[in-house]
Design a binder for this molecule. Structure first.
Ligand code: SF4
Ligand code: ZN
Length: 316
C-alpha cells in the first residue's frame, strides 16, 4: 500500500476514509470515529476530574452557540445511561438586540428535541437592565476600563448561579473548550490576577453553600473539534458572532495561541496541563481567600460587595 493511500484511511477503524487530521496526536479519523472520539474524550474528562455524582441534577448552560448545543447533546446521550442523574438546560438572555433572539429560539428547539426542561432567565428581570442598556449607560458615563464582556461575564455567571440554585441543580455544566480555558489562563497571567488563575478550574470547589459548583466537560476539547462535532451531527446552532465580541486582550491571545498551535501542535494542551500540574499550589492560594456574603444582595462574594453589585452600582 502506498503511503498516500495509508494516510487517507481512518487510523481508528482502519476501514473508512479519513476526513480529519488531528495534528497533536497524528490521528486521521473518519466522521464516525471522530465523533465517537469526542464523546469518549468528554467521558474521560468527566471521570478524571470527577465532575458528576450518579444522582446529580445537572444544569447545562446553553447559549445556543455550537459548543453549548454540542455539550447538551453529548450529556443527554450520557444521561440515558445514568437513570439517577437528570439534566435541565438554563439559558441567560443578556438582552443583546438582534443577536440573542435567534440563539434563544435555537436553544429552545434543541431542548424540545431532546426533551430537556428549559429554563430561561434575563438580565432585565434579574437586574432591571439589559446588557445593551448597561453598555450604553457605561459609554455615556465615559467608562472605558470595562469591556461589554466584563459586564456580561460577571452578570451572566450570577444569573446562572441563581437559576441553577432555584431549580435545585447540584452542578452547572458549561461548554468552555480547551481554547477558552487556555485563553483564560493566559488572560489571568497577563493581568497578574493569580487568585482568578487559582479559582478557575475544570471543577470549581465547594466554596460557599449558595454557590452551585461549575464543571467544564469540554475543557480538553479544542474549539475547532467541538465545531466539527456539531457539523457532523447536523446540530443546529447559532453561527453569528455576538456584536460585542471584541475583548481586545482575549482576541490577541486567541490569535497568538492559534498561530502557536499551527506551528507547534499541542501547545494549548501543554499550557492547560502545566496549570493542572501546579494545581495543588494554586489550591493553596485559593484557600487563603475564602468567600463571604455580599452586604447588598447576600450572594457569595470575595469582599463586602460582590462584583455584580459593584458593577451595577457603578452603572446606576
Ligand atoms: Fe457577553 Fe461578550 Fe459573550 Fe457577547 S461576547 S455574549 S458580550 S461575554
Ligand atoms: Zn451583591
Amino acid at each position: 500500500m502506498s503511503a498516500n493511500i495509508a494516510a487517507s484511511v481512518c487510523t481508528m477503524c482502519k476501514r473508512k476514509k479519513s476526513f480529519f487530521f488531528r495534528p497533536y496526536s497524528g490521528e486521521r479519523l473518519c466522521k464516525k470515529c471522530f465523533s465517537e472520539s469526542i464523546e469518549a474524550k468528554v467521558r474521560a474528562s468527566i471521570a478524571k476530574y470527577r465532575m458528576f455524582n450518579f444522582h446529580d441534577k445537572i444544569a447545562v448552560a446553553v447559549s445556543g452557540g455550537k459548543d453549548s448545543i454540542s455539550l447538551l447533546h453529548i450529556l443527554a446521550k450520557m444521561e440515558r445511561l445514568h437513570p439517577k442523574a437528570s439534566l435541565v438546560a438554563v439559558t441567560v438572555d443578556e438582552g443583546i438586540e438582534g443577536y440573542r433572539d435567534e440563539a434563544l429560539a435555537i436553544a429552545a428547539a434543541n431542548c424540545r428535541k431532546l426533551r430537556i426542561d428549559h429554563h430561561m432567565v434575563s438580565f432585565k428581570e434579574l437586574y432591571n437592565f439589559t446588557l445593551d442598556e448597561i453598555v450604553a449607560r457605561a459609554q455615556r458615563k465615559g467608562e472605558r476600563e470595562l469591556t461589554s464582556c466584563a459586564y456580561c461575564g460577571v452578570l451572566r455567571r450570577r444569573a446562572l448561579n441563581i437559576t441553577a440554585r432555584d431549580v435545585g441543580a447540584d452542578k452547572i455544566a458549561t461548554a468552555h473548550t480547551l481554547d477558552d480555558e487556555v485563553q483564560t489562563i493566559l488572560l489571568n497571567i497577563f493581568r497578574g490576577d493569580v487568585l482568578r488563575l487559582a479559582r478557575e478550574k475544570p471543577v470549581t470547589d465547594e466554596v460557599h453553600p449558595r454557590f452551585v459548583r461549575r464543571v467544564k466537560p469540554f475543557c480538553e476539547i479544542p474549539e475547532r473539534e467541538s465545531a466539527l462535532y456539531a457539523y457532523i451531527k447536523k446540530i443546529k446552532f447559532q453561527d453569528a458572532p455576538c456584536p460585542y465580541a471584541s475583548e481586545a486582550l482575549r482576541n490577541d491571545l486567541r490569535a497568538m495561541l492559534n498561530r502557536m498551535e499551527e506551528n507547534h501542535a499541542g501547545t494549548k494542551f501543554t499550557v492547560f496541563k502545566s496549570i493542572e500540574r501546579i494545581r495543588p499550589a494554586l489550591d493553596e492560594i485559593a484557600k487563603k481567600a475564602p468567600f463571604t456574603e455580599c452586604i447588598e444582595c447576600g450572594e457569595p462574594a470575595s469582599s463586602d460587595l460582590c462584583r455584580a453589585c459593584e458593577l451595577l452600582r457603578q452603572n446606576s
